[in-house]
Design a protein around this ligand. Structure first.
Ligand code: FAD
Ligand code: NAD
Length: 478
């Protein structure tokens, strides 16, 4: 069987489903193919993000935060209770329900936009033909005037810590424990390690994170990273920097299986024995088997699809977006690329501003930023000024019992244009967008400082930080 479409999208993750829906809105005939199956063994749209990434991890972060707050925050508010318990299966069941709601939501959006879904593995052939090996059996060939590759990414596996789905796992396994592991180790103090490490720590696991690099969160502002390390330590997350794992071994039988991890740090070789090991050392483009011979599409050394700044592969009508191409592996970066490519195909001016992509780590406190860090600006020789303001002096944060953290605004020393906004504290995943909007509109620190912010709100930290850039913060000594 073969059929023609204006646009064939490979992958229904954040990048692919945005591209498909936008292209359909613009009047194109669209097909979207996805190979993924949900926990129930049925096709599930929405990609890593909806099935085993952003959405389920945030569901567990929220459940575990409620539990943690009972023991660590409620007392301060005068609330007491007896016998707090966590039922992990209910918590995971709630997460599964949310995942089902949102993956099912994409199927409904496809229907509403008259997008034809295909369920199976897709391979691009020469001439913009996409061959689909369908789960229901049989191959189909779809020809697209345009093909958008949105194949996403998979977890990187370490040769000395192969996933076994039981004791050595990636994010998929760590979102589905049936009980709280007594001892959990994580290789990689990146975003997944910190978020999923926090989930299980809050529920009572002893969590040790082994990070090969000597610095903690080097991509974040150095002051933010320093405070984050302090706060995580207070919560009992044991983060070992400069720890290089060389070997892992699963020993024991049945429920008594353990993982013995051998690593070296500045003091020499050490071992750590845990019940579960989460490997979270980054992700790689899911491009294995994606391209048949002779398509003309090229892969980089890291297996990503090679594209230009407009996500075009250089082959007529073939585009690639999201985690399988260069740039940060973030759902919202994929959203924007999906929309931009659909608009470019329709002859509109689609574009993504990489300078204003926000970054958020959903730990407690949350970490969020947009733009350049002080370290980056120093390395680039850019003259800048900063203003910061602590949540400890924000009435709303103190009233909530969440005074940790601060907001820092970085502005150009001469023009006052905002170059970055960095924050750690309660609610900063939402607050960071003030910085995003200000930067998109080429705003200055003075602009932010002169905008009326409601009192008492957390956003006042941004207002005062912006005022502090010119040493005129009202609520702290400048
Ligand atoms: P994907 O979401 O990976 O989707 C690609 C889809 O294509 C998949 O469904 C796959 O099955 C399908 N596919 C691949 N190859 C083929 C093929 N040949 N044929 C058919 N189908 C194919 N990002 C954030 O911005 N915020 C977060 O809070 C966040 N949390 C995360 C938490 C975890 C635990 C993880 C693992 C990731 C998280 N991310 C987060 C990253 C985010 O999930 C990814 O950046 C995002 O999903 C990438 O979107 P995508 O569409 O490019 O790829
Ligand atoms: P990451 O790149 O964030 O962190 C990986 C960490 O592992 C790094 O600190 C790295 O130095 C370390 N590492 C690499 N090899 C190692 C080794 N052999 N031993 C010890 N440490 C090692 O990757 P991740 O946490 O796996 O997340 C993958 C992607 O998913 C990220 O690109 C991230 O953008 C995305 N994600 C985003 C969010 C969010 O936006 N909140 C949440 C989760 C995941």
């Amino acid at each position: 069987m073969s059929e023609n479409f204006d646009v064939v999208v490979i992958g229904a993750g954040p990048a692919g489903y945005h591209a498909a829906i936008r292209a359909a809105q613009l009047g194109m005939k669209v097909a979207c193919i996805d190979a993924a199956l949900g926990k129930d063994g049925k096709p599930a749209l929405g990609g890593t993000c909806l099935r085993v990434g952003c959405v389920p991890s945030k569901a567990l972060l929220d459940s575990s935060r409620q539990y943690w707050n009972m023991g660590h925050l409620f007392g301060e508010h005068g609330i007491s209770f007896k016998d707090a318990k966590i039922d992990v299966c209910s918590m995971v069941g709630r997460k599964d329900k949310i995942v089902k709601q949102f993956t099912g939501g994409i199927a409904m959006l496809f229907k509403a936009n008259k997008i034809t879904p295909y369920y199976g593995f897709a391979q691009l052939q020469p001439g913009n033909v996409v061959k689909v090996s369908q789960h229901e059996g049989g191959d189909v060939e779809l020809t697209g005037t345009n093909v958008i590759i949105a194949a996403g990414s998979d977890s990187i596996e370490l040769p000395f810590a192969k996933f076994d789905g039981e004791n050595i796992i990636d994010n998929i396994g760590a979102l589905d424990f049936t009980e709280v592991p007594k001892r959990l180790a994580v290789i990689g103090a990146g975003v997944i390690g910190l978020e999923l490490g926090s989930v299980w720590k809050r529920l009572g696991a002893e969590v040790t994170i082994l990070e090969a690099l000597p610095d903690f969160l080097p991509a974040a502002d150095a002051e933010v990273a320093k405070l984050a390390a302090r706060e995580f330590k207070k919560q009992g997350l044991d983060i070992l920097l400069g720890a290089k794992v060389g070997k892992t071994e699963v020993v024991g039988k049945g429920k008594k299986k353990e993982v013995v991890i051998t690593y070296t740090d500045k003091d020499g070789e050490k071992t750590l024995t845990v019940d579960k090991l989460l490997v979270a050392v980054g992700r790689r483009a899911a491009t294995r088997g994606l391209l048949a011979e002779g398509t003309g599409v090229t892969l980089t050394e890291r297996g990503q699809v090679e594209v230009d700044e407009h996500c075009h592969t250089g082959v007529d009508g073939v585009w690639a977006i999201g985690d399988c191409v260069r740039g940060p592996m973030l759902a919202h970066k994929g959203f924007e690329e999906g929309i931009a490519v659909a608009e470019l195909i329709a002859g509109l001016p689609g574009h993504v501003n990489f300078d204003t992509i926000p970054y958020v780590i959903y730990t407690e406190p949350e970490i969020a930023w947009v733009g350049k860090t002080e370290q980056q600006l120093k390395a680039e020789g850019v003259a800048y000024k900063t203003g910061s303001f602590p949540f400890a002096a924000i009435a709303r944060a103190v009233a909530m019992g969440e005074p940790a953290g601060f907001v820092k605004v970085i502005a150009d020393a001469e023009t006052d244009l905002i170059l970055g906004l960095h924050a750690i504290g309660v609610g900063v995943s939402e607050l960071v967008h003030e910085g995003v909007i200000a930067m998109e509109f080429k705003g200055s620190a003075d602009d932010l400082a002169r905008i009326c912010h409601a009192h008492p709100t957390l956003s006042e930290a941004i207002h005062d930080a912006a005022m502090a850039v010119d040493k005129r913060s009202i609520h702290k000594a400048n």
